[in-house]
Ligand binder design. Sequence first.
Ligand SMILES: NC(=O)c1ccc[n+]([C@@H]2O[C@H](COP(=O)([O-])OP(=O)(O)OC[C@H]3O[C@@H](n4cnc5c(N)ncnc54)[C@H](OP(=O)(O)O)[C@@H]3O)[C@@H](O)[C@H]2O)c1
Length: 187
Amino acid sequence: MPHALIVGGTGMLKGVPHYFTQHGYTVSVIGRNQNKFEELIFSKGIHGFINPIKTDYSDYEKLAKKLQNAISVYGPVETAISWIHSTAPEAPFVIAGILNNQNIKTKYYHILGSADVQPDGQNKKFETDIEEYENIIYRKVILGFVIEDETSRWLTDTEISNGVTDAVINERDTFIVGTVEPWEKRP
Ligand SMILES: NC(=O)c1ccc[n+]([C@@H]2O[C@H](COP(=O)([O-])OP(=O)(O)OC[C@H]3O[C@@H](n4cnc5c(N)ncnc54)[C@H](OP(=O)(O)O)[C@@H]3O)[C@@H](O)[C@H]2O)c1
């Protein structure tokens, strides 16, 4: 069975594991809260196996250990979706480093807020460094906003999950969910 990883897959990305289970993947999901895991595992549409990795991703040592353990049990991760708060700046490096050491190429979908389109976006260092990871196929998914009539609003969880799933299906290097233009209309 192929193996997918979704970091933050019990939050706004909770609609994404369905796509992978329907395609025969074992889906490892990283989060902390047991109730959120149960909600995901028992939600309608999950037909396959979810492997809950209950850990705080800002504890880098534990994160590395638990991810390595999941890989040893369920095999190398083919596709990773990663939504990580800026409170754990090293977590993307820890995860990408482990995935890069597998003996396969891994698609790494980095989920980023709309500010990433600005020239001083906080992700620039990671983006430069990841070019050196020869087994990582790096892709960015930028969460924009929605313009409706005269106003604008942020995306809903469903729009985010559907957009991220579209990004996986479309395999583009950069995929924007909603829009980031005109920037002045940002909510
Ligand atoms: N452009 C946009 O429109 C946009 C962009 C971003 C967010 N949003 C909205 O803002 C709302 C809140 O966003 P959010 O950032 O809180 O995302 P969220 O996806 O609702 O929650 C964060 C996810 O990451 C996990 N997580 C958080 N901290 C963690 C840690 N230290 N270790 C391990 N797992 C951790 C959470 O699980 P645990 O809590 O169990 O750990 C959860 O699965 C969302 O509902 C979304 O719709 C909109």
